[in-house]
Design a protein around this ligand. Structure first.
Ligand code: ADP
Ligand code: MG
Length: 402
């Protein structure tokens, strides 16, 4: 599947045209204040392209998880304000997600105007993929641009449904710049990686990422595993893990994975342990064979960081998802920060390094290296599903090229 992209639409075809855009403006908001505007920044390129071409832009997004009805806590009003600052062009906030109020605001648009409709999830039909709602949004314009990679793994009315409805009207549904970028980097790593190809997986659970492990194993030259996920693999090797987080019901799965993987999987050789995972805890570095009965593993140790960093330094393609430890607590952050720095250094040397996952992206920011990475995915669940080889409904519904 090769989705048509906005860059393949002639700008002269956009002038004066009403374009419906689905973006992922789902940013964290604390008491009306946006605490992280990266998703708004990331959506700006598509919107600038459309504004500069003189299109009339009808912008849709979800925000948070309102329970199928309006909730002021999840209003997009503050997002409209921030978007206007970022774009440097007026963004009109429309306090209706659809219906008469939305339609009259759309009818009043002039070339180059942007109208952000209220949170799509204020209508239960969005997550329910209601065809009537999708058709209503499709009727507002004559081109659909889906730029919401972070929402592409779910078939909702404002994503896949809207694309289908726009195509049913004889119009096109194309990928926006951000969506295209995500597909290029994540898809490129999977389909035509320059080798060596090294993947690094971490985070809390194997269960959420076993599909990613299965999909990556046959493609990568090395799979480096850290985080609590490694603990379950330790148990599969018969090692003591003390009071660490382990998924008991996945130990057999981990064992089978290790048998299949041969030397493709590298596990940590040492760990940072403590009696409790908390700020100020007294930590020790131990070999993985020396974890005590009451120890909790909170991070990968220095020897592991060295082994992993050497693999990363030799790689030409790197995909990283999941922290190596409880990086939220300083005493257990160094393994994750070391990996972030190693990936950035490899990118400086010309490797392609892609980071997926919300916590991993936050760790890359915290390490101060995010700008040096080839690509930091804006999609949490979507990038994981993509890496696991799933077809994303929001992508599959777009107009095909070639
Ligand atoms: P991402 O958001 O990048 O996909 P995950 O959500 O899968 O990452 O995992 C992140 C979480 O994993 C973090 O909250 C981190 O504290 C936790 N974690 C990592 N290593 C450990 C560990 N050894 N013990 C407990 N939790 C861990
Ligand atoms: Mg996470």
């Amino acid at each position: 599947m090769n989705a048509k992209t906005l860059s393949e639409v002639d700008p002269s075809d956009l002038a004066g045209r009403t374009v419906v855009v689905r973006a992922d403006l789902n940013v964290p908001i604390d008491k009306g204040v946006i605490t992280d505007d990266r998703r708004i920044e990331a959506s700006a390129r598509t919107l600038r392209t459309l504004v500069d071409a003189g299109a009339k832009v009808v912008l849709l997004s979800h925000l948070g998880r309102p329970k199928g009805g309006p909730d002021p806590k999840y209003s997009l009003a503050p997002v409209a304000k921030r978007l206007q600052e970022i774009l440097g062009t007026p963004v009109r906030f429309v306090p209706h997600s659809a219906g008469e109020g939305a339609r009259s605001a759309v009818a009043a648009l002039a070339a180059g105007d942007v109208a952000l409709l209220e949170n799509t999830r204020f209508l239960p039909g969005d997550e329910g993929n209601d065809p009537a709602l999708a058709a209503e949004w499709a009727s507002m314009g004559d081109l659909f641009v889906n730029d919401a990679f972070g929402a592409a793994h779910r078939a909702h009315a404002s994503t896949a449904g809207l694309a289908e409805a726009m195509k049913a009207r004889g119009h096109q549904a194309v990928a926006g710049s951000l969506m295209a970028l995500e597909l290029r980097y994540l898809g490129g790593a999977l389909d035509r990686p320059e080798r060596p190809f090294v993947a690094i997986l971490g985070g809390a659970k194997i269960s959420g990422k076993i599909d990613v492990i299965d999909a990556l194993l046959p493609r990568v030259d090395r799979l480096l595993i850290g985080g609590a996920m490694a603990n379950t693999f330790f148990r599969a090797l018969g090692l003591e893990t003390g009071a660490s987080l382990v998924e008991e019901d996945r130990v057999d799965l981990a064992r089978a994975t290790l048998e299949r993987a041969g030397d493709h999987i590298l596990l940590p050789v040492d760990c940072v342990v403590a009696g409790e995972i908390a700020a100020g805890a007294a930590t020790r570095v131990v070999e993985r064979t020396r974890v005590g009965a009451t120890d909790r593993i909170g991070d990968v140790g220095p020897a592991t960081r060295g082994v992993f960093a050497r693999e990363i330094a030799a790689a030409r393609t790197i995909v990283w998802n999941g922290p190596m430890g409880v990086f939220e607590v300083d005493a257990f952050a160094e393994g994750t920060l070391a990996i972030a720095r190693a990936v950035a250094a490899a990118c400086d040397g010309g490797a392609v390094g892609v980071v997926g996952g919300g916590d991993s992206a936050a760790a890359a920011e915290r390490a101060g290296v995010a700008e040096r990475l080839s690509h930091v995915s804006t999609g949490g669940g979507a990038s994981l599903e993509f890496l696991a080889g799933a077809v994303l409904p929001g992508v599959a519904a777009l107009t095909e090229v070639g």
